[in-house]
Design a protein around this ligand. Structure first.
Ligand code: RNT
Ligand code: ZN
Length: 412
């Protein structure tokens, strides 16, 4: 079917495909750098820790900043829409011979990334890295009972706020700085409030650094459990929601961070009622926080629909967070990024106004019909039109295979 024909079909259900495409191209997606190298980074090259894991040993991983930037270029240029690059502190580029630890990193260690982003017209987001480092002692960082450990990580957090502000100033785009700590216990603790009190105090100290709140949005990501921290997680949902609300920062929900039958799509509306902004990590949990590549599945669509139905495209910071080392990393990146864009388009092609009316009239017969009818609408034709306008094709696999051939000559 042609795009024009598809447009007519959508018109019949009261949807304007042109308006949908117009809205979609202005949505910014923050794409994570860490899919490119299995969350390794450049500053310490320690094994990934903190209850998160990449599995698989697919070859040709990026090993240097230059290689990673080249891969980012390859992948991002095949993902439609406005983009931001989401960095972790562990991607600091520290000159040979210089010994700068995470408590002392500075804007100058990110100059190359800033130049890279500016040349491409992208904003930058940032994350302090509270894992994969020898100062994570007994799995603890900001909640540690050890003063020295806590101080180290508080300093790290402070440096990261300064770097985030530098990103915003340089790119002209506000920077979202997300805090996630892995702290927790494998087995049943005796004191649950102590670590949480220390975490809150540490966060307060980090946030005491003066920063421009119109330039840096600090977000706090909760979690339910991780590998090796099955019994107790310091930064739980209740902790992070309450902390964010009382300190006027932005809560971040990662859809892998809840019990398997909970869904973030159902949480978005409540959070939007009580927060000015909301941040998301879009991922795909398979039975646990496995961080599988995002695909065009029910929950991704449902999350997108909630953002659109709540008319909150300008209030939600949408970022991707997945890492798969078992398949081609570039393809994984593109598949994940495109899936989020697809879900947003799918959501924009719903006549939510009429459907809300059906709900309010308690006409769930018509509502079920409307929901089901959407599934066989010519969505693919509108998607291909979007790609065409963005100068992209539906097939990216051919390019990925070719690029992989080239990489196989220089990388292991
Ligand atoms: C971990 C969190 C966190 C990380 C990244 C690398 O469970 O989801 O967001 O995945 O910071
Ligand atoms: Zn996350």
């Amino acid at each position: 079917m042609s795009y024009a024909e598809a447009g007519k079909m959508y018109e019949k259900i009261g949807v304007d495909t042109e308006k949908a495409l117009e809205k979609l191209k202005n949505v910014t997606l923050s794409l994570h750098v860490w899919q490119g190298d299995d969350v390794v980074g450049f500053d310490s090259r320690e094994a990934l820790s903190g209850g998160i894991q990449t599995t698989g040993n697919y070859p040709y991983k990026a090993n240097t900043p230059e290689e990673l930037m080249k891969d980012v270029d390859f992948a991002f240029s095949r993902i439609p829409g406005k983009k931001k690059l989401n960095l972790h502190a562990s991607y600091a580029i520290i000159p040979e011979g210089e010994k700068t630890d995470r408590d002392a990193i500075a804007p100058r260690h990110f100059e190359k990334w800033v130049k890279f982003a500016k040349e491409r017209g992208w904003g930058l987001d940032f994350n302090p890295t509270f894992f994969s480092h020898p100062m994570v002692v007994n799995g603890l960082t900001l909640s540690s009972p050890d003063d020295k450990v806590r101080r180290f990580w508080i300093e790290h957090g402070k440096r990261c706020i300064e770097i985030s502000e530098y990103f915003a100033e340089e790119t002209g785009v506000p920077c979202v700085m997300n805090i996630w700590i892995p702290d927790g216990y494998k087995d049943i603790p005796a004191d649950r409030i102590g670590p949480r009190r220390r975490f809150a105090e540490s966060l307060d100290e980090i946030m005491s650094v003066p920063y421009d709140k119109s330039k840096v949005y600090v977000t706090l990501e909760s979690k339910v459990f991780g590998i090796g921290v099955e019994s107790y997680t310091v930064g739980s949902a209740e902790f992070c929601t309450s902390y964010s609300a009382t300190r006027h920062i932005t809560p971040l929900m990662d859809n892998g961070h809840y019990h398997p039958t909970e869904v973030v799509s159902d949480k978005i509306s409540s959070m939007l009622l009580f927060n000015e902004k909301l941040a998301l990590h879009v991922t795909r949990p398979v039975r646990w926080d496995s961080d599988h590549v995002v695909i065009f599945d029910d929950e991704t669509r449902e999350m997108a629909k909630e953002i659109v139905r709540c008319d909150a495209l300008d209030r939600v910071f949408i970022a991707t967070d997945f890492f798969d080392a078992s398949i081609n990393r570039l393809s994984a990146w593109i598949t994940g990024g495109r899936s989020v864009a697809k879900a947003l388009l799918y959501a924009l092609l719903e006549n939510s106004g009429d459907m809300k009316k059906m709900q309010d009239a308690h006409d769930f017969t018509s509502l079920m019909y409307a929901h089901e009818n959407l599934k066989t609408m010519p969505f693919g034709d509108v998607w291909r039109e979007y790609l065409r306008r963005e100068g992209m094709e539906e097939d990216y696999l051919t390019d990925v295979k070719e690029y992989e051939k080239e990489l196989s000559k220089s990388r292991k």
